[in-house]
Design a binder for this molecule. Sequence first.
Ligand code: 5GP
Ligand code: ZN
Length: 111
Amino acid sequence: MDDCLFCKINQNQIPSDKVYEDDDVIVIKDIAPKAKVHLLVIPKKHIASLNELLPEDRELMGKIMLLLPELAKAQGLDSGFRTIINTGKGGGQEVFHIHVHLLGGSAMPFA
Ligand code: 5GP
Ligand code: ZN
């Protein structure tokens, strides 16, 4: 996806503050953090939103779910954390490349 912000970040065409990377996923710090810790967990594959997920993405999304508590632990979020997936304009999605927000460490939105 040529005009996708997160694909460009994946390809290092736009700089980001990366905290984790493997063959399938990157994790970056949100540019406008809504909590002390605010990470974005982004699959390298371009998937626009939950609405575009395919059965073949099951393993990838399961991998992301398993990664979330590991990331939270690494960030010192021992008392818990919040995850958010915004879907579609009506769901508050601004970047149409699927991603999971991981928030914690202070007052958080959407209490
Ligand atoms: P959405 O509303 O699509 O769920 O969330 C998009 C998130 O991406 C927002 O929290 C926004 O602050 C973040 N964001 C937008 N542009 C950039 C960017 O260039 N770099 C980083 N690291 N985060 C961004
Ligand atoms: Zn993309």
